[in-house]
Design a protein. Structure first.
Length: 517
């Protein structure tokens, strides 16, 4: 981030210092000593303090009370990010029930709640253990807070189509009162859920008995004032709104607007805009359905609102393009404001090029300046101010390029991997096969491959980096690309918005890892 200051030469000094502190975690006293030694005036040093470049209470990583506030994971001596096991949710049995497979993972805005949806239509909400949050060092431990059935299997009799109960996406609304609100969707229906606590009950009704049954009014001989009595804490989940009958095709994305009043839902060919208070009407803001379906060349794969500009949203397509739209331009955003597309490399052209270039996930950075997109083999970072090519490209599993034929035959090439930012936009995480997941450092360009497996399911066990061998002699700690298990895949990941705690969905298990402190 650039710090704007009227003195141009001094502004450059400040920007260099800011980058040094963020990238190297330099201690404030050392920075001040360096400034004074280089004949920087005292007022300039004081200016650094005032604008936050020098702040011992925020930047000193050696102070115990600040370790939990630092968002950048610390580096070990070998350059790898150090993560350790925290928890695993779900049974570790080899037999897996289809309904228990996790289909989405999402932290709420402060990270105290973590929601998962599965193929059985259930939503499970985990709450951060208050004691683990207050401990030194902090621990990322979560307990079950609420479980409810969000969707049931349905059947469309007009189209003779079965609608499965699988939860495709969960999105939290920002908290405005003691209750929590979230949106969940399957292929056709979106629901707004209210999750609230109740620890008191009303006792002593005049027209109800202890079992809650109504009494004969003629039997009431006296009136009494009902009293409020304490009861065991109960968490209730109730559907407040049901948004249905607006999508012809399968819903793949929902995204809450920054105004917290509207949200969008996207299917293969259309994007609709909803108001959270209106269930029987939505506005179609994108429609790419051709008049003749034989002319169809691409479908919408993901869509998301800008984190702070309520009129801006993006959507990705199966052609590997990202379109940014401004709702102020027109009611129907068929004409995009920007098109993000990377020119194809002719040397890599093959039969599978179109399939692997399809974007499976797209997300704005927290500051709204960048976009990440995930295709089959890589994660790309786009700058909103430069649409002709990505500014960064991270290869997730390039070693699979030679295996595309077999991946096509077993349909794995159509897997839709998600990606996510950390709270400071400095790190990116996404999944791979063999229960591997990848973490990329945007500043140092380092990356690490980690594995979510039951063998490491012991508290504070440090995750060892994994390496994949593509050929030749294999080292002891490496795994051959031919030995990868494509049935064990990590499609869904989430990063705590304020701390270095990550959630990884591995089939029917939810793994929680945290930064080693």
């Amino acid at each position: 981030m650039d710090y704007i200051y009227p003195d141009k030469p001094f502004q450059n000094t400040i920007n260099v210092l800011a980058a040094s502190i963020l990238n190297e975690n330099l201690i404030t006293s050392d920075i001040e000593a360096t400034l004074l030694a280089s004949e920087t005036s005292l007022w300039q040093v004081q200016s650094c303090r005032e604008i936050g470049v020098l702040s011992s209470t925020e930047r000193d990583p050696n102070r115990l009370e600040n370790r939990g506030k630092l968002n950048f994971p610390r580096m070990a001596g070998n350059g790898d990010i150090q993560w350790c096991f925290s928890q695993v949710k779900g049974t570790l049995d080899d037999e897996i029930t289809e309904a228990d497979i996790i289909s989405c993972v999402e932290f709420n805005h402060d990270g105290n709640l973590l929601a998962t949806g599965d193929k059985g239509g259930r939503v499970v909400i985990f709450q951060r253990d208050p004691l683990s949050k207050l401990s030194v060092p902090k621990r990322g431990e979560y307990n079950v807070y609420s479980t409810f059935q969000s969707h049931e299997p349905e059947f469309d009799y007009l189209k003779s189509l079965e609608i499965e109960e699988k939860i495709n996406k969960i999105r939290w609304l920002k908290r405005k009162n003691p209750a929590h609100f979230l949106l969940s969707t399957n292929d056709k229906t979106i629901k707004l859920w209210k999750v609230s606590e109740r620890d008191k009950r009303i006792d002593g009704y005049n027209l109800k008995d202890d079992a809650g049954h109504l009494k004969d009014p003629m039997s009431v001989t006296s009136l009494r004032v009902p009293t409020v009595r304490p009861m065991e804490l109960m968490v209730e989940a109730s559907p407040r709104r049901i948004f249905a009958n607006a999508h012809t095709y399968h819903i793949n994305s929902i995204s809450v607007n920054s105004d917290q009043e509207t949200y969008l839902s996207a299917d293969d060919l259309r994007i609709n805009l909803w108001h959270l208070e209106i269930t029987d009407q939505s506005f179609n803001i994108v429609d790419i359905k051709p008049t003749n379906m034989e002319e169809l060349t691409e479908v919408i794969t993901a869509a998301e609102f800008h984190p702070s500009q309520c009129n801006v949203f993006v959507y990705s397509s199966s052609k590997g393009t990202i379109r940014l739209c401004d709702m102020r331009a027109a009611a129907l955003c068929d004409q995009h404001a920007k098109l993000f597309e990377e020119p194809e490399d002719p040397t890599n052209r093959s039969f599978f090029s179109e399939i692997i270039s399809s974007i499976s996930d797209v997300k704005f950075s927290n500051n709204g300046r960048y976009i990440i997109s995930r295709d089959y083999l890589s994660v790309k970072v786009w700058d909103l101010n430069m649409d002709n090519k990505p500014i960064e490209c991270f290869h997730v599993h390039e070693y699979l390029r030679s295996k595309l034929c077999s991946l096509y035959e077993n349909d794995c090439i159509f897997d839709k991997f998600e990606c996510c930012w950390n709270g400071t936009d400095g790190y990116i995480m996404t999944g791979s096969y063999n229960n591997f997941f990848r973490v990329f450092d945007r500043h140092t360009k380092r990356d690490v491959t980690l594995e979510a497996s039951k063998e490491i399911a012991k508290p504070k066990t440090v995750l060892k980096p994994r390496k994949v061998c593509t050929g030749g002699k294999r080292k002891k700690d490496e795994i051959s690309v031919d030995c990868l298990d494509f049935g064990r895949k990590i499609l869904h990941t989430a990063w705590h918005p304020q701390e270095n705690i990550i959630a990884v969905a591995a089939t029917n298990n939810l793994y929680l890892f945290q930064e080693k402190l």
